[in-house]
Design a protein. Sequence first.
Length: 635
Amino acid sequence: MKPKQVEAEFAGERRREFIRTVLRDVHALERVLAEGMIEEGVRRVGAEQEMFLVDRTWHPAPVVMEVLEKLGDGHFTTELGAFQIELNLEPEPFGGDCFSRIERQLRERLEQLARVTGPMGYGFVLTGILPTLRQSDLGLENMVPNPRYHALNHAMTELRGGAYEVAIRGLDEIRVRHESVMGEACNSSFQVHLQCGAKEFANLYNIAQALAGPVLAPATNSPLLFGRRLWSETRIALFQQAVDTRSTSHEREVPARVSFGDRWVRDSVIELYREDIARFRTLVGIQFDEDPHARIDQGLAPELKSLRLHNGTVYRWNRACYGILDGKPHLRIENRVFPSGPSTTDQVANGAFWYGLMVALGSRYDDITKVMEFEHAKQNFVAAARQGLGAHLTWLEGRDYPATQLVLEHLLPLADEGLAAGGIDDDDRRRYLGVIEQRTRTGRTGSRWMLQSLAGMRGKGTAAERLNALTAAIVARQSDRRPVSEWEPAGLAEGGGWKHNYLKVEQYMTTDLFTVHEDDPVALAAQLMEWEKIRHIPVEDHDHRLVGLLSYRAVVRLLAHRTIEDAGSIAVGKVMKRDPVTVGPDLPTLRAIEVMRTYGVGCLPVVRQGRLVGIVTESDFMDIARELLEKKLSE
C-alpha cells in the first residue's frame, strides 16, 4: 500500500475525497470491533522519548536531519522542530522486569545517539521545555523540512485566521504572539502506552483521565518558558495555546484541538474517533490505495491510515491509538501527560507509577465514573499542571487531599498492588515506586529543582547565564542517571562563563523596560531617567511598536532653556529621535558593537517584527569587556 504525497493545498474535491476515506476507515474500525478482531488478554507497555538537540553553548541546534542520516536507525525520527528528535522504543510484555528492560533499552539508544552527536559537536537534553530556548528559535526556518509539517502549519494558521497568542500567568507572566505553529516545538514529552482490549477500553480510558492530574503532580518538569517562571508544568498551557486553531473572532463555544476532553467515554473507543471527526476539521490528507473492508473480508487487519492521520492532528492528553503488531490489530491508550526528563530513571518511574495505578483501578472498578465526577478529573489535571505537588486534588468519592498526601498514602500503595498483580518483579516495584516516593517526600520534582537552582543563582550573572547554567547542569546530572530528588542545585559556573552567554544580543539585552508614548510630557521622561538612573527611554505606541528614542542628552538640551514645569507642556514626540538605529535579538554581539560604533550611538533598541522587545546600551558592552579582561587575567 503506497500513500501519495501530502497535499499542501488541501481543499475542494481533494478534501472531500480524504474525508470519505476517513469515514470509510471509521466504519471499518466498527467492523473490526464488532467482529472481535482486536487482540484481547494481552498487556504490552511502550514509550516514546522526545528531546532537544543542543550545541556546545547549550542552545537549540537545528540539525536533526543530519543526525538522523548519521544514525541510520528507524527507532529515531523527527518532531516538528529541527532541534528536536524522537526515539520510539520497542514494546515490552507487561510483567517481570519489563521496566528495567525499558530503561536499559532507553539508555542504550541514548548512548547510541550520544556516539553520533558528540563528534558532531552536539548533545541532547531530556526536559519538557528547554530553558535556553528563545522566541527567535521558533522561525519557520527551524521547522523540519517535511511536507506534512508545513501543510499542517498552513492549514492550522489559515483556520485560525491570524497569529497565535500565548498568555500564561504564574509567578511571572508571559504574553507573546507567534505567526506559526512552531510554538509547539517548545515542548518535549515522555509518552507511555498501555495496550488493552476492546471491551475494557472505555473503563481504562476513563481511569487514565481520572489519573492524569494525580500522576502529573509529582512528575512536573517544565516551569520555565523564555526565562519566565510560569506553571509547574507549563507544557500543558503552552501546547494548547500554541496550536489553538480556533478563530480569534468566534462568538460561540468551540473545543480546542489540544484538550483534556469534556466527558467520560460511555461504551467504546469508537466514540473518541467519531467525536474527533465530528468536531475537528481535517487539515491534511494523503490518499491510500487500501480498501479496509476488503482486507477485513480476507481476515486481515486494515491499516486505517486515513483515520490515524486525522487522529494525529487532534491532541488529546490521553489519546486512543489503533495499531497492528504481528498482523493483529490492537488498541492502546497513549498517555501524553508526562514531560521529558529529568532523568531516564525518573521517566520510567513515572510510567511504572501510572501502569500500576491503571491495573489496580481497572481490577477494582468496572466503571470508574460511578465514583468520580468528570469535572473533578479535569480540575485535578489543571491544578496539577499549575501547582505540581502543591495542588489540592479531588479523588474518588469526592474526597479532597493535598497532592503529597494523596500520592504517599493512597496512590503509591495502590500502584504497588497493581504492579504486583501484573507480575512485576519485587526489585522493579521497589526501585521505581521508591523514586516517586522520594521525589514526593522531598518535594524535589524537576520543576522545583529548576526554580530552586535559579533562586540560588539570583543576583549572579545575567539571566542568560543562569539559564545556560541550568541547562548545562541538567545534561551533566542526566548523564549519571540519578533521579532528580538526588540532584544538587545548578551553579552559575556550569554554564561555561561569558563565552557562551554573550554571543547574541538577546542573551544580555534588558527586557524590563521603562517606556513612554510620544504624547506623554517630557517631564515624565525626565523623572523616569532620574528615578531609574537610565540615559535612554524607548518611545512606543499602544501596540508596543517602537516609534522613537529619547536620550538624556536631548532632555538636558531642552531643560537648559526651560524649567521642569515648562517641560510638562511639551510632548515627548517633539523631542525624541524618530527612526532610531535598531537591531534584532539574534544579531551577533560583535556586529552589534560595530553598529553602535558606526552610527555613534550609545543605545540600541531591540525589535522583533517591529515590536520593542529589549534594549542594549554602552554599559552592557562594558560588562562584556570586563568579562573578557577578567578571563585574560585568569589565564
